[in-house]
Write a protein that binds this ligand. Structure first.
Ligand SMILES: *Cc1c(COP(=O)(O)O)cnc(C)c1O
Length: 429
């Protein structure tokens, strides 16, 4: 299987190059030359399969030409070593809990699978790789955790100063070792822009092997399809259409879900739910894609003004706006609406959602919760990552897992940098 550059489809590279470079030098995203279908036999047995069985079968049809079975089994075993439960909240409503990994957000799944693939591709090589990652809160810690102490890999995290929660910041800045945290005096968009500038910097790239662990990297994005199959496996036999709402910022999670559908997963409707950074819901309404500077919200992992996976969504639908809007509805919510949704989920369903999951629930509700279909919302982070807002909205203390509590007493180690490329460039060489 080859991977083409969306901006220049005749440029094709191997999986290894797509993963180790993550983006073409002209900043084009890579996509597999076709999306393989899973056989009927897979779907017939789906409810007997474990999460790891599913991850193996799904990755085998996509990556199997390039990665041998025994390696895939290893990677799957190491990266998906925690549960991804689908919990029933009432007769027709479920929550898919994606936060049971080591850093308590769904980014662990992609980051750990990607680290496994890196390990495989770099095994017999002496080259050193620097992973640049712009984070709006959760990606940085997932990537740091997945790549901590790995030979031949340095991780440089850029995060927006004052725009991530205290716990998120501690997760990013207390690891040390091969992990460097840069506190950028700007927004997440500034962080993402600096990373993209670094990829376009030919001189820098001639000296350092740069790659990204953001969802622009197909190896980070693709594993996020596994858990949608796993959700259907957990539903078992159903005779109703399934609606899935996904809280979206860079739209990597939902792009992976769209890939799952193309591979054969019978999802009836996707809901892209987000905050006031509503560039994609606006596109779905108007057909116009107009990035703008991001606004800060209490669902900070979605404070993205130029969602990087949007070109992949278009590509999956052949740039056909009406085909895209058939499959995806988009809704957005203010911070006050997010707080109300957290209260409502807690008061009516006895479930403490984080701000991102609450927005996904609000999206389901706006679309219409009906006994005629099954509704699922993705809970992308543990509520303990946002204790202040969650406790205020629900009136109930959040249980902070021990791993996070211990972090709070560690000392933050980060280098402050202005939101300009020149200074960043001096720092990383
Ligand atoms: C990253 C993140 C999102 C947004 O996911 P995308 O793949 O960027 O759309 C939503 N919720 C949480 C908690 C996140 O960390």
């Amino acid at each position: 299987m080859e991977y083409y550059n969306i901006n220049n489809p005749s440029e094709k590279v191997s999986l290894k190059s797509a993963v180790l470079q993550s983006i073409s030098s002209e900043l084009g995203l890579y996509m597999p030359e076709y999306i393989p279908k899973l056989p009927d036999a897979f779907f017939n047995k789906l409810s007997d399969y474990s999460l790891q069985d599913i991850a193996f079968e799904v990755s085998k049809v996509m990556l199997g030409d390039d990665v041998p079975d025994n390696e895939l089994i290893n990677i799957v075993g190491q990266s998906l070593a925690f549960p991804i439960p689908l919990r029933r909240l009432n007769e027709n409503l479920f929550v898919l809990e994606l936060f049971h990994g080591p850093t308590l957000a769904f980014k662990d799944i992609g980051a750990r699978f990607m680290a496994g693939l890196f390990n495989y591709f770099l095994k017999n090589e002496s080259r050193k790789v620097t992973i640049l990652v712009a984070t709006s809160g959760d990606t940085g810690s997932a990537v740091a955790n997945a790549f901590y102490n790995r030979d031949g890999v340095n991780v440089v995290i850029l995060y927006p100063s004052g725009k991530v929660s205290e716990l998120q910041e501690k997760q990013l800045t207390t690891m040390g070792g091969n992990i460097t945290a840069l506190e950028v005096e700007g927004s997440f968009d500034d962080c993402q822009r600096i990373v993209k500038q670094a990829f376009a910097d030919k001189e820098l790239n001639s000296r350092i092997n740069l790659t990204s662990a953001n969802s622009i990297n197909f190896a980070r994005l693709f594993p996020q399809s596994f858990y949608y199959f796993h959700a259907f496996a957990q539903l078992g036999k159903i005779d109703k259409p399934v609606v899935i709402s996904i809280p979206s910022g860079n739209f990597g999670n939902i792009t992976a879900a769209l890939i799952a559908k193309k591979m054969g997963l019978p999802v009836h409707q996707f809901i892209a739910s987000t905050n006031i950074n509503h560039i994609v819901p606006d596109y779905l309404m108007s057909g116009k894609f107009e990035p703008h500077p991001s606004h800060q919200t209490i669902s900070n992992a979605m404070d993205v003004g130029n969602p990087s996976n949007f070109p992949r969504m278009l590509d999956l639908y052949g740039n056909n706006h009406s085909a895209l809007t058939d499959d995806i509805k988009g809704f957005w919510f203010t911070d006050d609406q997010t707080r109300s949704a957290m209260s409502e989920v807690y008061n009516t369903l006895d479930y403490q959602a984080d701000p991102h999951g609450a927005i996904a629930y609000a999206g389901l509700k706006k679309y219409g919760l009906s006994p005629d279909h099954i509704s699922i919302f993705a809970e992308t982070a543990h509520p303990a990552k946002f204790p202040f807002e969650v406790e205020k909205a629900t009136g109930k203390m959040v249980q902070i897992p021990a791993a996070l509590k211990n972090l709070l007493i560690l000392e933050k180690k980060a280098t402050k940098v202005p939101a300009e490329y020149g200074k960043f460039r001096e720092l990383i060489g």
